[in-house]
Design a protein around this ligand. Structure first.
Ligand code: KMH
Ligand code: ZN
Length: 286
């Protein structure tokens, strides 16, 4: 377990694939909205941005050209670690989800198993996990292992045993708790998942909806990092919609500071995850 004095990595997941713009007007769905969100969240203490993009009708998209433009625009505007979602929407094909890596992000999400997702199924068969992982190694993209259920931690062990370490050599996981069909946002569940991690792994956690606060507080107490954002949370407090993503990052930064684990800088986030430096003028080495 990380020392409880470790600075906190804050990841913002600003958009997701599930919420409709009509139901959350501050959801960033255009490139301009995403870039200004990224800037505001960086100022508020975020170190990583987990990106899903939308098309011109605000529908979830994995369009390769738009993904590349998005990565370039956020990279020019901020120093955030750019993580593209390979989870996409439940309707996306496995092939299009692997092609996301061609947009040259710093990092990508990599979900370690299939999970019921509300009324849908979020499909992540073993052969897909392996193919995506090998492609991330080949393209020098650092995966963040998304864990929606306890068994997925054991799939991660199996993956590492068979395929070796990820690009960059660090094992970083994100626990997503509270998805209907996945593990619940309770302290006992989080503790069991953390206890099952591979040695030396770092982790963040996010609780969906009403599980946001208990999971954030538990993660800080246990030495974990935080993921926040409108992908996971649309209500700041009961009955009060979130103003925007920066408000959730500000709250996370406040909690982390109160816990005497203030937000990590973007440079420290880059070092923690050991991402390849793809910014203009960099030497491009890890
Ligand atoms: N939209 C969910 C089906 C990820 O980004 O990797 C999957 C998801 C996970 O959001
Ligand atoms: Zn996502």
């Amino acid at each position: 377990m990380a020392a409880v004095t470790t600075p906190t990595l804050i990841t913002v997941a600003p958009t997701g694939a599930e919420t409709e713009k009509a139901n959350a007007p501050s959801l960033p769905v255009t490139l301009d909205e995403l870039v200004s969100t990224a800037r505001a969240c960086e100022r508020s203490g975020a170190g990583v941005i987990h990106i899903h993009i939308r098309d011109s009708h605000a529908r979830p998209s994995l369009d390769p050209v738009a993904l590349r433009e998005t990565v370039q625009a956020v990279r020019e505007a901020t120093d955030l670690v750019i993580q593209l979602s390979t989870g996409g929407a439940v309707t996306d094909s496995l092939t299009s989800r692997i092609s996301v890596l061609d947009a040259e992000p710093d990092s990508c999400s990599l979900t370690c198993g299939t999970v019921n997702f509300g009324d849908d199924v979020f499909a992540n068969p073993w052969t897909f996990i392996v193919e995506l992982y090998r492609r991330s190694q080949e393209l020098e993209v650092v995966p963040e292992f998304e864990i929606f259920d306890l068994g997925q931690v054991y799939t991660l062990h199996r993956l590492l045993e068979r395929e070796g370490l990820p690009y960059g050599g660090r094992i970083h996981c994100d626990f997503v708790l509270g998805v209907p069909g996945g593990m619940p946002g309770t302290i006992t569940t989080l503790a069991a998942a953390v206890a099952a991690l591979p040695d030396g792994a770092t982790w963040s956690a996010t609780g969906v909806g009403r599980q946001t606060m208990p999971v954030a507080l538990a993660a800080l107490a246990a030495g974990g990092h935080l993921r926040v954002g409108m992908e996971d949370t649309l209500t700041y407090s009961p009955g009060r919609p979130v103003r925007d993503n920066a408000e959730l990052v500000e709250r996370a930064a406040t909690l982390a500071t109160l816990a005497q684990r203030p937000p990590m800088s973007t440079e420290d986030a880059r070092a923690l995850l050991n991402v390849k430096d793809r910014r203009a003028g960099s030497r491009g080495v890890v």
